[in-house]
Ligand binder design. Structure first.
Ligand code: HEM
Length: 396
């Protein structure tokens, strides 16, 4: 499905690997004018950037590229669902919100979440054992760990988590129909409206409580709700996809996995290499040119959309990108967490979870293996644009 010709080239894959067309583009045509299909209803023509230098240039040039879509650039209008989502802001508004969040994402502050991560990982492994071999690693492990961690971060009370997770499940299940998905999206957003109101009255020790205490007068309720809702969904989907696909890559490289089991000290390198190799976010959020921009021998006209393929850069264009999967290597530069001011704020939290989860999984189940033939694994591009797995049946 992921390699179907209906899917634009930047979202096509051969399982974990780039399709030859994407590799060819990256090598021969780092900036290409093409159909982007960026909106659900329309076929937008714009630019696909697959070169390393060119992508980094777009991502760091805040004077000439904006996060706002063309129609919005003049009016500066913002739809409700985008309020508080940092990926829809440019400086100085982006810097204002990001500065309020940054203190919650320092390593010192994040360390308080480690005991919770250790506990949820162990609980998930127990649940897997209880489910019995074979079991679905996505269901029992990959979704649960980031779900609980994001709720711990935001301060979502334990009793509310099952319902919130149910709503989020519906929003990402395309089989449920658009109307149900939209209703679940509204319920999900409404939950964060209530939680924000509760934290305004009674700020706790969590991220929302801290934001209210430190910056309560400088941030609107809508911004707080939007920040909380977008942090939760970004925090869950991307980590879940990395846990599933990363485990699959390890199982498909038994010689590499044996090295990690032998020497758990390799885990930091292994996580970095998996982030690069898997690239769960194949394309970064579209940017719009604010003026005519010369780029890679072309000129991107003012008002046109530009999509940077992190996947092409990570697997073809960046130095060392074409080497195969090697978890012992010196970490290669990658765009798995983006680049520039929108660099993933949750990168360290993601690394904490991935490190803990991969190590504990193979410590508990050193004989873990796929429970179905490779060709039966079903890959998909989630609505959030993360590459993911429907299920990962494993046996031990
Ligand atoms: C393996 C897991 C993750 C991956 C691969 C990932 C990837 C990314 C990427 C590529 C971007 C930049 C997008 C762009 O420039 O268009 C981004 C931004 C962001 N991520 Fe992550 N992410 C992960 C985990 C998390 C977690 C755990 C959180 C929060 C708890 C989070 C919250 C965010 C936020 C809020 C932004 C927007 C930052 C800004 O615009 O300033 N992410 N992430």
């Amino acid at each position: 499905m992921a390699s179907s010709k209906d899917v634009p080239v930047f979202n096509r894959r051969d399982r974990i690997d780039p399709v030859p067309e994407l590799t060819r583009l990256s090598e021969q045509c780092p900036v290409l004018r093409t159909e982007l299909h960026s909106g659900p209803s329309s076929q937008v023509v714009g630019w696909l950037v697959t070169g390393n230098d060119e992508a980094r240039e777009v991502l760091s040039d805040l004077d000439r590229f904006t996060m706002l879509p063309p129609a919005d650039t003049e009016a500066q209008s913002r739809q409700l669902q985008n309020i508080g989502n940092l990926l829809h802001y440019d400086p100085p508004e982006h810097s204002r919100l990001r500065k309020m969040l940054n203190p919650e994402f320092t390593m010192r502050r994040l360390r308080r979440l480690q005991p919770g991560i250790d506990a949820v990982v162990e609980d998930c492994l127990d649940a897997l054992e209880e489910a019995g071999s074979p079991a679905d690693l996505m269901r029992h492990f990959a979704w649960q760990i980031p779900g609980q961690t994001a709720c711990d971060l935001l301060g979502v009370p334990r009793d509310d988590r099952a319902e919130l997770s149910r709503q989020l499940d519906i929003t990402r299940d395309d089989g449920r129909g658009r109307a149900r998905q939209l209703a679940a999206g509204r319920a999900y957003r409404a939950y964060f409206q209530q939680l924000t109101a509760r934290r305004r009255r009674d700020p706790g020790e969590d991220l929302l409580g801290m934001m209210v205490r430190e910056f309560g007068d400088d941030i609107t309720d809508e911004e707080l709700e939007g920040l909380a809702a977008s942090l939760t969904s970004a925090g869950i989907e991307n980590v879940a996809s990395m846990l599933g696909l990363g485990t699959l890559v390890l199982l498909e490289h038994p010689d590499q996995l044996a090295k990690l089991i032998d020497d758990p000290g390799l885990i930091d390198r292994a996580v970095e290499e998996l982030l690069r190799y898997v690239s769960v976010i194949p394309t970064l959020s579209p940017r719009t040119a604010l003026t005519d921009v010369p780029l890679g021998g072309e000129v991107v006209p003012k008002g046109e959309r530009v999509i940077c393929s992190a996947f092409a850069v990570n697997r073809t264009a960046a130095p060392g990108a074409e080497d195969g999967f090697d978890l012992t290597r010196e970490p290669a530069p990658h765009l798995a967490f983006g680049h520039g001011v929108h660099y993933c704020i949750g990168a360290q939290l993601a690394r904490m979870q991935l490190r803990t989860a991969y190590l504990a999984l193979f410590r508990r189940f050193p004989e873990l293996r796929l429970a179905v033939p490779h060709e039966e694994i079903s890959f998909r591009l989630a609505s959030s644009r993360a590459y993911s797995l429907d299920a990962l049946p494993v046996a031990w």
